[in-house]
Each structure stands twice: as C-alpha cells, then as structure tokens.
Design a protein around this ligand. Structure first.
Ligand SMILES: Cc1cc2nc3c(=O)[nH]c(=O)nc-3n(C[C@H](O)[C@H](O)[C@H](O)COP(=O)(O)OP(=O)(O)OC[C@H]3O[C@@H](n4cnc5c(N)ncnc54)[C@H](O)[C@@H]3O)c2cc1C
Length: 387
C-alpha cells in the first residue's frame, strides 16, 4: 500500500486528508502537525466565526493572476462550497460575498473536516524538520520513507518566531525557487504621534499613496492603535506597501462637511471652548487629539477629517499578520500542484507564493488547492491499482 505524508494539519492539509478518507483512497496516510491540535488558524479565522470562502472571488483578487486564472477556470469557486455542502455545512453570506458557517463558529468547519478522518494517523506535536528526495523515495526526518508527500505547512504569519522555528526550514534540501515571505494582511505602523486616538474606530475612505499618487483605495472600518492603524480595509492595502518607498495614508472620515461646520459654528457662539463646540460632531478621542495638535479652527478641523494624512513607517511584524506574502514560487508547480522537479511531492495552501484579499480569499485558496492535490493523489493511486 502506498504511503502518503501530509505535512501540516491546517486548512489545506485537512482538506487533503478529508477528501482521501471520504473517497476511500487506498493508501496509508499520516498527518504531521507540530501543534498540539489541528487547525489553529482555521479556529482563529474570521474572529472565531471562520470566513471560510468568498463566493465573489476572482483571479485579480490574488497575486499571480495568470496562475489563479488557470486554476479557477478548471475548478470554479463553487467547488469548495459544494464540497462543504456534501459534508453537511449550513452556511450564510454577506453582501461582500464572505461566507460563514450558520453556527457562527469556526469549530464547525474544523469538526466537519476532521470528523471523517478514518484510518488516518494523526501525529500531533510532531514537527517535520527535514524532507529529502532520494531515488524516487521521499524521506522525512531522516528516517521515514513515503511514496507521496503533501507540503501543506502554511506560513510564518501569526507565529512568534522567537518561540517557533520558521515554517519553511525543512524545505531547504529541495532547493526550490522561493520568494522571501513578508507580513501580509496586517496593519500599518505610522510615524505620526496618534496615541490619543488609540482605540478609536471609524468608517473611512482610505487612500494609500506612494509619494503623491494614489496606489489603491478601500472603504471600511479603520481601527487606531498606539502607533498605527488596522482594520480589514487597511490590511487589504498592506499588500501594496513596499519598504524603502515613501508611502502614506489619507483618510476621509467625513462626508457632509458643510452641515458639520454650520452646526459647530452655532455651538461656538454659545461657548468658545473647543471641548464644548467640537463635542457635537467628533469622537472624544479625536477632540483630545485635535486640541493637542492645536487644531481648534472649525474649518481646519473639518478639512483634516477629510484628509487625515498618516506617514507610514512600516507594516507590523509577521506575528501580527494574517498571511505571508511570498513562499514557494508557482513556477515550481504544475496545475495540479505537483512539484515539477519532484512530481510525487505536492504543495498546497499558503506555503505557496499565492495571497489573496481579506475576506475568505485565503482559506478559499487553501481549501481549493488542497482539494486539487487530493484529487490528483486519488488519480495517481487509482492508476497504480488499475495496473
Ligand atoms: C488570525 C487569523 C485570522 C484569519 N482569518 C481568515 C479568514 O477569516 N478568512 C480567510 O480566508 N483567511 C483567514 N486567515 C488566513 C488563513 O487562516 C490561512 O490563509 C490558511 O489557514 C492557510 O491554510 P494552510 O493550510 O496553508 O496553512 P495553516 O492553516 O497555517 O496550516 C499549516 C499547518 O502546518 C503546521 N506546520 C507548519 N510547519 C510544520 C512542520 N514543519 N511540521 C509539522 N507541521 C507543521 C502548522 O502548525 C499548521 O497547523 C486568517 C489568519 C489568521 C492568522
């Protein structure tokens, strides 16, 4: 019987295992997972609600457009929805196409993926530290031999690298083309002093500028921190940031300026203290900030709300990122996610240099690539048993 090792019991690895188990593929399958439990990031996703896919996903929502276009034309987004429906998932979605289990719990997704893992050996707390290809045999940790290996070990995102070894370390013997991973879907650290605004949340039109040119625009909730900003729309913009270049953010937090100015001017006639006249329109944290900056003129304060500029110092570190930008190059794989150099090694999920927007796009890719890998493995193993 052929032996399959799945490295990583996360979104993608569990999709591979679930498919192979449900389709009774005749192989001895082992999952290696370095954590004490399966699916840590699946559980953390969507604030514990698991935004498991986005039905509006299109190739241009990802980097490596040409590769994703080819994948989506062979396997449309519905493939994953249909798969979860066969597992019994009841789901809901919002106007942005973000899909969630109706239970509002990411445990539902993890439970559905793990409930049917019959005859699969799950080795928790077991880290793969080495993978070699020797004469068509794949050797793990220098002592175990497998016929097929699935690399589904994700990225360094949301990991404290002071405590955990880099996810990519065991891949070095394969000599693959690799794009150095950077934090993705993460907030911006800014140069401005915005301590007074820490904890303030507001809806805004957010422009990302490189020098004075708008690179990209998003609308959504912005969350102010001690030294930077975050929120879904900000995280989406972080994909366009490049260190060493001059980037800034412009927030428009105000739509109806005239009304606001008129109302505050009336209040100012009643009491000239800015704490009083600004109070009708602005958040208390913003008032504190404006006063500290000496911006108490009503017109100027309103103008600032329409173009609140923040100079970007950097993005926050990998431990705060939802995904990594970079990983194994797509030039190394075919359209069934097998390595071209070593066809019995397959790669799925975030370990690849594929990243998508915030909102279900990355789990969708992890699940879809896992599904394609599992189907390819099924074909390979069925071909051998037919011979
Ligand atoms: C806080 C947070 C919220 C998120 N929310 C969303 C969301 O709502 N929607 C969305 O689409 N995406 C979301 N993401 C991103 C999404 O979770 C990932 O893109 C997705 O989990 C990637 O799947 P994967 O299987 O490739 O990797 P993972 O799910 O990370 O799984 C990889 C597994 O491999 C294990 N592993 C790594 N190295 C080794 C080794 N050497 N030996 C053994 N095991 C190893 C890891 O411990 C891990 O369990 C979120 C991410 C974070 C951090």
């Amino acid at each position: 019987m052929k032996k399959i090792a799945i490295i990583g019991g996360g979104a993608s690895g569990l999709m591979v295992a679930n498919y192979l188990s449900r389709n009774k593929v005749d192989a001895k399958i082992t999952i290696f997972e370095r954590n004490k439990g399966l699916g840590r990031k699946v559980l953390a996703s969507g604030n514990g609600k698991c935004n498991f896919m986005n039905y509006k996903a299109l190739p241009f929502d990802y980097n490596n457009y040409d590769f994703i276009k080819k994948i989506f034309s062979n396997y449309p987004v519905d493939t994953i929805l249909n798969y979860f429906q066969t597992l019994g998932l009841m789901f809901k979605f919002d106007s942005e196409g973000r899909m969630y289990p109706i239970s509002d719990s990411s445990e539902t997704i993890l439970n559905l993926l793990t409930a049917d893992l019959k005859n699969i050996e799950i080795r928790l707390n077991e880290t793969v530290i080495d993978l070699k290809n020797k004469e068509d045999k794949l050797i793990l940790n220098n002592n175990e031999v497998f016929d097929y290996v699935v690399i589904a070990s994700g990225s360094n995102a949301s990991i404290d690298l002071k405590k955990t070894k880099s996810t990519y370390e065991y891949l070095k013997n394969l000599n693959l083309k690799f794009k150095n991973p950077l934090p993705g879907l993460v907030g911006f650290k800014v140069k401005n002093n915005i301590k007074e605004l820490s904890g303030f949340r507001t809806k805004a039109m957010v422009n990302l500028y490189m020098e004075d040119n708008i690179v990209k625009r998003e609308f959504g909730e912005v969350i102010f921190k001690d030294d930077g900003i975050s929120g879904i729309c900000v995280m989406d913009l972080s994909r366009y940031f490049e260190k060493g270049l001059e980037f800034s953010i412009g927030l428009n937090m105000l739509q109806a300026k005239t009304e606001l100015v008129e109302s505050m001017t009336l209040r100012k006639k009643q009491n000239p203290d800015p704490n009083y006249y600004l109070a009708g329109a602005f958040h208390p944290k913003m008032i504190k900030y404006l006063i500290k900056q000496g911006i108490t003129d009503i017109e100027k304060a309103a103008d600032l709300m329409q173009n609140f500029r923040l100079e970007i110092e950097d993005v926050y570190g990998m431990e705060f990122a939802q995904i990594a930008l970079g990983g194994i190059s797509v030039d190394e794989i075919d359209d069934k996610f097998s390595l071209i150099k070593y066809p019995n090694i397959m790669v799925s999920g975030e370990v690849l240099d594929i990243d998508g927007k915030c909102g279900g796009y990355n789990l969708l890719f992890a699940f879809l690539s896992g599904y394609i890998v599992a189907k390819a493995l099924e074909e390979k193993i069925n071909e051998i048993s037919d011979m």
